[in-house]
Write a protein that binds this ligand. Structure first.
Ligand code: ZN
Length: 495
Protein backbone atom coordinates (compact mmCIF):
# COMPACT_ATOMS: atom_id res chain seq x y z
CA UNK A 1 0.00 0.00 0.00
CA UNK A 2 1.52 3.36 -0.82
CA UNK A 3 1.01 6.63 0.93
CA UNK A 4 -1.54 7.94 -1.52
CA UNK A 5 -3.78 4.95 -0.88
CA UNK A 6 -3.42 5.30 2.90
CA UNK A 7 -4.38 8.95 2.75
CA UNK A 8 -7.30 8.21 0.50
CA UNK A 9 -8.59 5.47 2.79
CA UNK A 10 -8.41 7.73 5.83
CA UNK A 11 -10.20 10.52 4.01
CA UNK A 12 -12.74 8.07 2.65
CA UNK A 13 -13.43 6.67 6.12
CA UNK A 14 -13.97 10.15 7.53
CA UNK A 15 -16.13 11.24 4.60
CA UNK A 16 -18.17 8.07 4.91
CA UNK A 17 -18.70 8.70 8.63
CA UNK A 18 -19.95 12.19 7.81
CA UNK A 19 -22.30 10.85 5.18
CA UNK A 20 -23.65 8.12 7.43
CA UNK A 21 -24.34 10.61 10.18
CA UNK A 22 -26.61 12.53 7.85
CA UNK A 23 -30.28 11.69 7.96
CA UNK A 24 -31.30 9.33 5.19
CA UNK A 25 -34.92 10.00 4.50
CA UNK A 26 -35.26 8.73 0.99
CA UNK A 27 -37.89 6.09 1.16
CA UNK A 28 -41.37 7.24 0.41
CA UNK A 29 -42.05 10.49 -1.30
CA UNK A 30 -44.13 11.39 -4.24
CA UNK A 31 -42.75 11.74 -7.70
CA UNK A 32 -43.82 14.49 -10.01
CA UNK A 33 -41.52 16.72 -11.95
CA UNK A 34 -42.60 19.66 -14.00
CA UNK A 35 -40.64 22.10 -16.04
CA UNK A 36 -41.23 25.79 -16.22
CA UNK A 37 -39.67 26.80 -19.49
CA UNK A 38 -38.06 30.03 -18.34
CA UNK A 39 -35.29 30.25 -20.87
CA UNK A 40 -36.36 28.44 -24.02
CA UNK A 41 -33.54 27.44 -26.32
CA UNK A 42 -33.80 27.54 -30.05
CA UNK A 43 -34.71 24.17 -31.52
CA UNK A 44 -31.72 21.87 -31.62
CA UNK A 45 -32.15 21.05 -35.30
CA UNK A 46 -31.51 24.68 -36.23
CA UNK A 47 -28.59 24.98 -33.81
CA UNK A 48 -27.12 21.73 -35.16
CA UNK A 49 -26.35 23.33 -38.53
CA UNK A 50 -23.55 25.34 -36.96
CA UNK A 51 -21.74 22.21 -35.82
CA UNK A 52 -19.87 19.39 -37.52
CA UNK A 53 -21.19 15.86 -37.76
CA UNK A 54 -19.63 12.55 -36.76
CA UNK A 55 -20.97 9.37 -38.35
CA UNK A 56 -19.91 6.16 -36.65
CA UNK A 57 -20.51 2.67 -37.95
CA UNK A 58 -19.46 0.39 -35.06
CA UNK A 59 -19.17 -3.38 -34.93
CA UNK A 60 -18.45 -5.05 -31.59
CA UNK A 61 -16.83 -8.49 -31.47
CA UNK A 62 -17.54 -10.08 -28.11
CA UNK A 63 -14.88 -12.81 -28.43
CA UNK A 64 -11.96 -10.53 -29.22
CA UNK A 65 -13.37 -7.54 -27.27
CA UNK A 66 -12.71 -5.33 -30.26
CA UNK A 67 -14.74 -2.51 -31.69
CA UNK A 68 -14.27 -1.91 -35.43
CA UNK A 69 -15.27 1.62 -36.43
CA UNK A 70 -15.81 3.40 -39.73
CA UNK A 71 -15.98 7.10 -38.99
CA UNK A 72 -16.85 10.00 -41.28
CA UNK A 73 -16.37 13.43 -39.74
CA UNK A 74 -17.77 16.54 -41.37
CA UNK A 75 -15.27 19.00 -39.97
CA UNK A 76 -16.03 22.74 -40.10
CA UNK A 77 -13.14 25.19 -39.83
CA UNK A 78 -14.29 27.37 -36.93
CA UNK A 79 -10.85 28.92 -36.53
CA UNK A 80 -9.69 32.26 -37.92
CA UNK A 81 -7.18 30.85 -40.40
CA UNK A 82 -6.84 28.35 -43.23
CA UNK A 83 -6.04 24.88 -41.91
CA UNK A 84 -3.72 22.40 -43.63
CA UNK A 85 -4.42 19.45 -41.39
CA UNK A 86 -7.05 18.27 -38.92
CA UNK A 87 -6.23 16.48 -35.67
CA UNK A 88 -8.14 13.93 -33.61
CA UNK A 89 -7.68 12.35 -30.21
CA UNK A 90 -8.00 8.55 -30.24
CA UNK A 91 -7.55 7.41 -26.66
CA UNK A 92 -7.45 3.63 -27.08
CA UNK A 93 -3.65 3.66 -26.78
CA UNK A 94 -3.79 5.24 -23.32
CA UNK A 95 -4.67 1.70 -22.17
CA UNK A 96 -1.58 0.10 -23.70
CA UNK A 97 1.21 -1.47 -21.68
CA UNK A 98 3.81 0.96 -20.32
CA UNK A 99 1.86 4.02 -21.45
CA UNK A 100 3.64 7.25 -20.50
CA UNK A 101 0.26 8.72 -19.50
CA UNK A 102 -1.73 5.67 -18.45
CA UNK A 103 -5.50 5.80 -18.01
CA UNK A 104 -5.25 4.19 -14.57
CA UNK A 105 -3.10 5.59 -11.73
CA UNK A 106 -0.47 3.11 -10.47
CA UNK A 107 -2.13 3.10 -7.02
CA UNK A 108 -5.48 2.15 -8.57
CA UNK A 109 -4.40 -0.66 -10.88
CA UNK A 110 -5.52 -3.42 -8.49
CA UNK A 111 -8.96 -1.87 -8.06
CA UNK A 112 -9.52 -1.00 -11.73
CA UNK A 113 -8.42 -4.27 -13.33
CA UNK A 114 -10.58 -7.10 -11.93
CA UNK A 115 -8.31 -9.82 -13.34
CA UNK A 116 -4.92 -8.09 -13.28
CA UNK A 117 -3.56 -5.62 -15.84
CA UNK A 118 -4.97 -6.11 -19.30
CA UNK A 119 -3.86 -4.19 -22.35
CA UNK A 120 -6.10 -2.10 -24.59
CA UNK A 121 -5.06 -0.26 -27.72
CA UNK A 122 -6.23 1.28 -30.99
CA UNK A 123 -5.08 0.42 -34.51
CA UNK A 124 -5.81 2.85 -37.32
CA UNK A 125 -5.93 1.37 -40.82
CA UNK A 126 -6.59 4.56 -42.80
CA UNK A 127 -3.63 5.32 -45.10
CA UNK A 128 -1.91 8.72 -45.44
CA UNK A 129 -2.36 9.87 -41.87
CA UNK A 130 0.09 10.45 -39.03
CA UNK A 131 -0.19 9.00 -35.55
CA UNK A 132 1.74 10.68 -32.77
CA UNK A 133 1.49 12.49 -29.47
CA UNK A 134 2.28 10.86 -26.15
CA UNK A 135 1.32 7.18 -26.37
CA UNK A 136 0.10 7.62 -29.96
CA UNK A 137 -3.20 9.14 -28.95
CA UNK A 138 -3.21 11.91 -31.61
CA UNK A 139 -4.11 11.41 -35.29
CA UNK A 140 -3.08 14.05 -37.83
CA UNK A 141 -4.91 14.05 -41.16
CA UNK A 142 -3.03 16.16 -43.75
CA UNK A 143 -5.37 17.98 -46.14
CA UNK A 144 -4.63 18.10 -49.87
CA UNK A 145 -5.94 21.69 -50.03
CA UNK A 146 -6.07 24.33 -47.33
CA UNK A 147 -9.44 24.41 -45.56
CA UNK A 148 -10.62 28.01 -45.51
CA UNK A 149 -12.36 29.63 -42.56
CA UNK A 150 -15.98 28.48 -42.44
CA UNK A 151 -15.49 25.70 -45.02
CA UNK A 152 -16.11 22.06 -44.22
CA UNK A 153 -14.55 18.78 -45.29
CA UNK A 154 -15.48 15.12 -44.89
CA UNK A 155 -12.72 13.01 -43.32
CA UNK A 156 -12.90 9.20 -43.28
CA UNK A 157 -11.12 7.13 -40.64
CA UNK A 158 -11.14 3.38 -40.05
CA UNK A 159 -9.80 1.90 -36.84
CA UNK A 160 -10.18 -0.92 -34.38
CA UNK A 161 -10.21 -0.43 -30.64
CA UNK A 162 -9.18 -3.41 -28.49
CA UNK A 163 -10.85 -3.02 -25.10
CA UNK A 164 -8.98 -3.82 -21.93
CA UNK A 165 -10.67 -5.82 -19.17
CA UNK A 166 -10.89 -2.75 -16.95
CA UNK A 167 -13.51 -0.86 -14.94
CA UNK A 168 -12.91 2.38 -16.79
CA UNK A 169 -14.45 4.81 -19.24
CA UNK A 170 -13.38 2.50 -22.06
CA UNK A 171 -13.23 -1.22 -21.27
CA UNK A 172 -15.20 -4.36 -20.59
CA UNK A 173 -16.05 -6.36 -17.47
CA UNK A 174 -18.25 -9.36 -16.72
CA UNK A 175 -21.19 -6.96 -16.43
CA UNK A 176 -20.86 -4.39 -19.14
CA UNK A 177 -19.00 -2.91 -22.09
CA UNK A 178 -18.15 0.77 -21.53
CA UNK A 179 -17.58 2.80 -24.69
CA UNK A 180 -16.65 6.27 -23.48
CA UNK A 181 -14.22 8.45 -25.49
CA UNK A 182 -13.88 5.52 -27.91
CA UNK A 183 -14.05 7.32 -31.26
CA UNK A 184 -11.66 9.74 -32.95
CA UNK A 185 -12.57 13.05 -31.30
CA UNK A 186 -11.73 16.21 -33.28
CA UNK A 187 -9.18 18.29 -31.39
CA UNK A 188 -10.16 21.86 -30.55
CA UNK A 189 -8.27 24.47 -32.59
CA UNK A 190 -7.80 27.43 -30.27
CA UNK A 191 -4.61 29.35 -31.05
CA UNK A 192 -3.25 26.08 -32.40
CA UNK A 193 -4.34 22.47 -31.97
CA UNK A 194 -5.08 21.80 -28.30
CA UNK A 195 -3.75 18.27 -28.09
CA UNK A 196 -3.28 16.74 -24.66
CA UNK A 197 -2.10 13.38 -23.40
CA UNK A 198 -4.48 11.23 -21.38
CA UNK A 199 -4.35 11.71 -17.59
CA UNK A 200 -5.49 9.48 -14.76
CA UNK A 201 -6.30 12.63 -12.82
CA UNK A 202 -9.69 14.05 -13.65
CA UNK A 203 -11.41 14.01 -17.02
CA UNK A 204 -8.65 14.93 -19.50
CA UNK A 205 -10.93 16.20 -22.26
CA UNK A 206 -11.59 19.40 -24.17
CA UNK A 207 -14.29 18.81 -26.78
CA UNK A 208 -16.50 20.86 -29.06
CA UNK A 209 -20.09 19.72 -29.56
CA UNK A 210 -20.91 17.64 -32.65
CA UNK A 211 -23.96 16.06 -34.20
CA UNK A 212 -23.86 12.26 -34.17
CA UNK A 213 -25.24 9.51 -36.35
CA UNK A 214 -24.27 6.16 -34.89
CA UNK A 215 -25.01 2.55 -35.84
CA UNK A 216 -23.94 -0.34 -33.65
CA UNK A 217 -23.73 -3.99 -34.55
CA UNK A 218 -23.48 -6.06 -31.38
CA UNK A 219 -24.16 -9.71 -30.48
CA UNK A 220 -27.76 -10.65 -29.76
CA UNK A 221 -28.90 -10.01 -26.20
CA UNK A 222 -27.10 -6.75 -25.49
CA UNK A 223 -29.13 -3.82 -24.28
CA UNK A 224 -27.55 -0.62 -25.49
CA UNK A 225 -27.57 2.71 -23.67
CA UNK A 226 -26.33 5.66 -25.71
CA UNK A 227 -26.07 9.44 -25.79
CA UNK A 228 -28.53 9.52 -28.69
CA UNK A 229 -32.12 8.76 -29.59
CA UNK A 230 -32.80 5.43 -31.28
CA UNK A 231 -34.37 6.12 -34.67
CA UNK A 232 -34.16 2.54 -35.97
CA UNK A 233 -32.94 -0.66 -34.40
CA UNK A 234 -29.38 0.04 -33.17
CA UNK A 235 -29.29 3.34 -35.09
CA UNK A 236 -28.95 6.46 -32.96
CA UNK A 237 -28.83 10.19 -33.56
CA UNK A 238 -28.01 13.10 -31.31
CA UNK A 239 -27.55 16.80 -31.96
CA UNK A 240 -24.99 19.17 -30.49
CA UNK A 241 -23.55 16.76 -27.96
CA UNK A 242 -20.20 17.32 -26.26
CA UNK A 243 -19.47 13.54 -26.46
CA UNK A 244 -21.20 10.36 -27.57
CA UNK A 245 -20.93 7.39 -25.21
CA UNK A 246 -22.36 3.86 -25.31
CA UNK A 247 -22.73 1.25 -22.58
CA UNK A 248 -23.86 -2.28 -23.43
CA UNK A 249 -24.88 -5.10 -21.11
CA UNK A 250 -26.85 -8.34 -21.16
CA UNK A 251 -27.88 -7.71 -17.54
CA UNK A 252 -29.48 -4.26 -17.60
CA UNK A 253 -32.85 -3.68 -16.03
CA UNK A 254 -34.50 -0.39 -16.94
CA UNK A 255 -36.89 2.17 -15.56
CA UNK A 256 -38.13 5.11 -17.58
CA UNK A 257 -39.90 8.37 -16.85
CA UNK A 258 -40.67 11.54 -18.79
CA UNK A 259 -39.47 14.92 -17.54
CA UNK A 260 -40.85 17.64 -19.77
CA UNK A 261 -39.84 16.63 -23.31
CA UNK A 262 -37.05 14.34 -22.13
CA UNK A 263 -37.22 10.60 -21.60
CA UNK A 264 -35.03 9.62 -18.66
CA UNK A 265 -33.97 5.98 -18.65
CA UNK A 266 -32.20 4.39 -15.72
CA UNK A 267 -30.17 1.33 -16.73
CA UNK A 268 -29.12 -0.63 -13.67
CA UNK A 269 -27.40 -3.85 -12.75
CA UNK A 270 -27.74 -3.96 -8.98
CA UNK A 271 -29.85 -1.39 -7.16
CA UNK A 272 -32.23 -2.16 -4.31
CA UNK A 273 -33.99 1.18 -4.70
CA UNK A 274 -34.04 1.81 -8.48
CA UNK A 275 -37.22 3.90 -8.26
CA UNK A 276 -35.46 6.27 -5.85
CA UNK A 277 -32.43 6.50 -8.14
CA UNK A 278 -34.68 7.36 -11.09
CA UNK A 279 -36.59 9.82 -8.90
CA UNK A 280 -33.33 11.54 -7.98
CA UNK A 281 -32.24 11.71 -11.63
CA UNK A 282 -35.60 13.20 -12.67
CA UNK A 283 -35.56 15.68 -9.78
CA UNK A 284 -32.05 16.80 -10.70
CA UNK A 285 -32.90 17.17 -14.38
CA UNK A 286 -36.04 19.19 -13.57
CA UNK A 287 -34.32 21.35 -10.95
CA UNK A 288 -31.31 22.27 -13.06
CA UNK A 289 -33.51 22.85 -16.14
CA UNK A 290 -35.75 25.20 -14.19
CA UNK A 291 -32.86 26.91 -12.42
CA UNK A 292 -30.37 27.39 -15.29
CA UNK A 293 -31.47 26.67 -18.86
CA UNK A 294 -33.61 23.91 -20.31
CA UNK A 295 -32.00 20.57 -20.92
CA UNK A 296 -32.31 20.45 -24.72
CA UNK A 297 -32.01 16.72 -25.49
CA UNK A 298 -34.86 14.27 -25.89
CA UNK A 299 -33.15 11.56 -23.84
CA UNK A 300 -31.01 11.23 -20.74
CA UNK A 301 -29.47 7.82 -19.98
CA UNK A 302 -28.39 7.23 -16.38
CA UNK A 303 -26.28 4.07 -16.53
CA UNK A 304 -25.04 1.99 -13.62
CA UNK A 305 -21.87 0.23 -14.71
CA UNK A 306 -18.45 -0.96 -13.63
CA UNK A 307 -16.31 2.12 -13.20
CA UNK A 308 -13.35 2.74 -10.91
CA UNK A 309 -14.45 6.27 -9.99
CA UNK A 310 -17.83 7.42 -8.66
CA UNK A 311 -19.26 8.43 -12.00
CA UNK A 312 -18.58 10.02 -15.37
CA UNK A 313 -20.36 12.57 -17.51
CA UNK A 314 -21.02 12.33 -21.23
CA UNK A 315 -23.43 14.12 -23.52
CA UNK A 316 -26.94 12.99 -22.48
CA UNK A 317 -25.50 9.94 -20.71
CA UNK A 318 -23.85 9.46 -17.33
CA UNK A 319 -22.05 6.53 -15.75
CA UNK A 320 -22.81 5.74 -12.10
CA UNK A 321 -20.35 3.31 -10.55
CA UNK A 322 -21.48 -0.06 -9.25
CA UNK A 323 -18.82 0.38 -6.55
CA UNK A 324 -20.80 3.16 -4.84
CA UNK A 325 -22.72 1.10 -2.30
CA UNK A 326 -23.78 3.79 0.18
CA UNK A 327 -27.29 4.77 -0.88
CA UNK A 328 -27.07 8.47 -0.09
CA UNK A 329 -23.65 8.74 -1.72
CA UNK A 330 -25.11 6.97 -4.78
CA UNK A 331 -27.85 9.60 -5.06
CA UNK A 332 -25.14 12.26 -4.66
CA UNK A 333 -23.22 10.83 -7.63
CA UNK A 334 -26.38 10.84 -9.77
CA UNK A 335 -27.00 14.53 -9.03
CA UNK A 336 -23.33 15.47 -9.56
CA UNK A 337 -23.16 13.75 -12.95
CA UNK A 338 -26.44 15.29 -14.08
CA UNK A 339 -25.20 18.74 -12.98
CA UNK A 340 -22.38 18.16 -15.47
CA UNK A 341 -24.96 18.19 -18.26
CA UNK A 342 -24.87 21.98 -17.71
CA UNK A 343 -21.27 22.41 -16.54
CA UNK A 344 -19.18 20.50 -19.09
CA UNK A 345 -22.04 19.60 -21.47
CA UNK A 346 -23.97 22.76 -22.40
CA UNK A 347 -21.26 25.09 -21.11
CA UNK A 348 -17.94 23.55 -22.04
CA UNK A 349 -14.51 24.30 -20.62
CA UNK A 350 -11.02 22.96 -20.97
CA UNK A 351 -11.26 20.12 -18.44
CA UNK A 352 -7.48 19.68 -18.44
CA UNK A 353 -6.48 23.24 -17.62
CA UNK A 354 -9.58 24.47 -15.75
CA UNK A 355 -11.09 21.34 -14.20
CA UNK A 356 -12.18 23.41 -11.19
CA UNK A 357 -14.77 25.20 -13.36
CA UNK A 358 -16.91 22.18 -14.24
CA UNK A 359 -16.12 20.10 -11.15
CA UNK A 360 -16.46 23.04 -8.76
CA UNK A 361 -19.79 24.04 -10.29
CA UNK A 362 -21.04 20.43 -10.40
CA UNK A 363 -20.16 19.98 -6.71
CA UNK A 364 -21.59 23.33 -5.66
CA UNK A 365 -24.83 22.86 -7.66
CA UNK A 366 -25.22 19.33 -6.25
CA UNK A 367 -25.04 20.84 -2.76
CA UNK A 368 -27.64 23.47 -3.73
CA UNK A 369 -29.84 20.67 -5.07
CA UNK A 370 -29.73 18.96 -1.67
CA UNK A 371 -30.35 22.29 0.10
CA UNK A 372 -33.53 22.73 -1.95
CA UNK A 373 -34.64 19.08 -1.65
CA UNK A 374 -34.78 18.53 2.12
CA UNK A 375 -36.06 14.96 1.77
CA UNK A 376 -32.45 13.83 1.37
CA UNK A 377 -31.37 15.33 4.69
CA UNK A 378 -28.26 17.15 3.44
CA UNK A 379 -27.78 20.89 3.51
CA UNK A 380 -25.49 23.22 1.60
CA UNK A 381 -23.77 24.33 4.81
CA UNK A 382 -23.19 20.73 5.93
CA UNK A 383 -21.65 19.80 2.60
CA UNK A 384 -19.39 22.86 2.73
CA UNK A 385 -18.29 21.85 6.24
CA UNK A 386 -17.57 18.31 5.01
CA UNK A 387 -15.37 19.73 2.28
CA UNK A 388 -13.53 21.94 4.77
CA UNK A 389 -13.00 18.89 6.99
CA UNK A 390 -11.71 16.82 4.05
CA UNK A 391 -9.21 19.57 3.16
CA UNK A 392 -8.01 19.83 6.78
CA UNK A 393 -7.65 16.04 7.01
CA UNK A 394 -5.72 15.88 3.75
CA UNK A 395 -3.36 18.64 4.80
CA UNK A 396 -2.76 17.27 8.28
CA UNK A 397 -1.98 13.82 6.90
CA UNK A 398 0.35 15.29 4.29
CA UNK A 399 2.05 17.37 6.99
CA UNK A 400 2.35 14.28 9.17
CA UNK A 401 4.14 12.42 6.39
CA UNK A 402 6.14 15.49 5.36
CA UNK A 403 4.77 15.40 1.82
CA UNK A 404 4.63 18.61 -0.22
CA UNK A 405 1.20 19.57 -1.49
CA UNK A 406 -0.26 22.58 -3.23
CA UNK A 407 -3.37 24.68 -2.66
CA UNK A 408 -3.04 26.00 -6.20
CA UNK A 409 -6.10 25.40 -8.32
CA UNK A 410 -4.48 26.68 -11.52
CA UNK A 411 -2.68 23.38 -12.15
CA UNK A 412 -3.51 21.20 -15.13
CA UNK A 413 -4.74 17.70 -14.29
CA UNK A 414 -1.35 16.15 -15.05
CA UNK A 415 0.47 18.61 -12.77
CA UNK A 416 -1.01 17.14 -9.60
CA UNK A 417 1.28 14.47 -8.22
CA UNK A 418 -1.48 12.53 -6.47
CA UNK A 419 -5.07 12.01 -7.46
CA UNK A 420 -6.13 13.00 -3.91
CA UNK A 421 -4.37 16.35 -4.33
CA UNK A 422 -6.25 16.81 -7.60
CA UNK A 423 -9.56 15.88 -5.96
CA UNK A 424 -9.07 18.20 -2.99
CA UNK A 425 -8.15 21.20 -5.14
CA UNK A 426 -10.68 20.65 -7.90
CA UNK A 427 -13.77 19.29 -6.11
CA UNK A 428 -13.53 20.43 -2.49
CA UNK A 429 -11.88 23.82 -3.09
CA UNK A 430 -13.83 24.22 -6.33
CA UNK A 431 -17.12 23.80 -4.44
CA UNK A 432 -15.98 26.12 -1.64
CA UNK A 433 -15.05 28.85 -4.13
CA UNK A 434 -18.66 29.06 -5.30
CA UNK A 435 -19.90 28.56 -1.73
CA UNK A 436 -17.90 31.65 -0.70
CA UNK A 437 -19.69 33.68 -3.37
CA UNK A 438 -23.02 32.21 -2.16
CA UNK A 439 -22.21 33.37 1.38
CA UNK A 440 -22.13 36.94 0.07
CA UNK A 441 -25.10 36.92 -2.29
CA UNK A 442 -27.24 33.85 -1.42
CA UNK A 443 -27.73 30.81 -3.61
CA UNK A 444 -30.83 32.24 -5.33
CA UNK A 445 -28.84 35.20 -6.69
CA UNK A 446 -25.92 32.98 -7.61
CA UNK A 447 -28.35 30.61 -9.38
CA UNK A 448 -29.70 33.54 -11.39
CA UNK A 449 -26.17 34.61 -12.32
CA UNK A 450 -25.32 31.05 -13.36
CA UNK A 451 -28.47 30.91 -15.48
CA UNK A 452 -27.26 33.94 -17.41
CA UNK A 453 -23.76 32.44 -17.64
CA UNK A 454 -25.28 29.22 -19.05
CA UNK A 455 -27.37 31.14 -21.59
CA UNK A 456 -24.39 33.21 -22.76
CA UNK A 457 -22.01 30.24 -23.10
CA UNK A 458 -24.42 27.51 -24.22
CA UNK A 459 -22.69 25.07 -26.65
CA UNK A 460 -19.51 27.12 -26.36
CA UNK A 461 -16.67 27.33 -23.87
CA UNK A 462 -16.23 29.24 -20.65
CA UNK A 463 -12.87 30.33 -19.25
CA UNK A 464 -11.74 31.73 -15.93
CA UNK A 465 -12.11 35.24 -17.38
CA UNK A 466 -15.52 34.76 -18.98
CA UNK A 467 -16.91 33.01 -15.87
CA UNK A 468 -15.62 35.77 -13.60
CA UNK A 469 -16.99 38.53 -15.80
CA UNK A 470 -20.35 36.79 -16.15
CA UNK A 471 -20.69 36.55 -12.36
CA UNK A 472 -19.47 40.12 -11.86
CA UNK A 473 -21.99 41.46 -14.37
CA UNK A 474 -24.87 39.65 -12.68
CA UNK A 475 -23.88 40.05 -9.04
CA UNK A 476 -22.36 43.54 -9.06
CA UNK A 477 -19.22 42.52 -7.13
CA UNK A 478 -15.62 42.94 -8.20
CA UNK A 479 -14.62 39.29 -8.27
CA UNK A 480 -11.32 39.27 -10.21
CA UNK A 481 -9.05 39.81 -7.21
CA UNK A 482 -10.99 37.36 -5.05
CA UNK A 483 -11.00 34.66 -7.75
CA UNK A 484 -7.29 35.16 -8.50
CA UNK A 485 -6.38 34.93 -4.83
CA UNK A 486 -8.58 31.90 -4.29
CA UNK A 487 -7.20 30.00 -7.27
CA UNK A 488 -3.64 30.89 -6.27
CA UNK A 489 -4.21 29.04 -2.99
CA UNK A 490 -5.08 31.94 -0.66
CA UNK A 491 -8.44 30.51 0.27
CA UNK A 492 -8.89 32.87 3.18
CA UNK A 493 -9.47 35.48 0.44
CA UNK A 494 -12.65 37.39 1.10
CA UNK A 495 -14.93 39.23 -1.22
ZN1 ZN B 1 -17.53 15.53 -11.91
Amino acid sequence: MNMDTKIKRRIFAITLACILSAVIAISAFGIGQSLTHKTPLYGLAATAQDFGTIKLDCNYNEESHTLAVNQTTTYINHSTQTLFDVKFHLYGNAFKKNAAYPAVAPAEVDRAYPNGFDEGYAKVTTPHILIGGEDNTVITVPLSHGLKVGDSIDIDLQYTVKLANVKHRLGYTDHAVNLGNFYAIPVVYDNGWQTYPYSYNGDPFYNEPYNFDVTITAPVGYQIATSGTEINTNHYQGYVLRDFAIVMSRDFQTLTREVGDTTVTYYYLNDEIPDISLYTACNALAYFSNTFIDYPYSTLSVVQTDFNQGGMEYGALVYISLDVTDQLQYQNVIVHEIAHQWWYGLVGNNQIRTAWIDEGLAEYCTAVFFETHPQYGKTLDEIAEQNKTSIKMFESIMDEYGVYYTRQMYNSTTQYKMSTEYTINTYARGMLLFYAIHEMVGYENLNAALAQYATDHCYGFATFTSLTHALEDQLGYDLVKFMNNYLAGRQDAVL
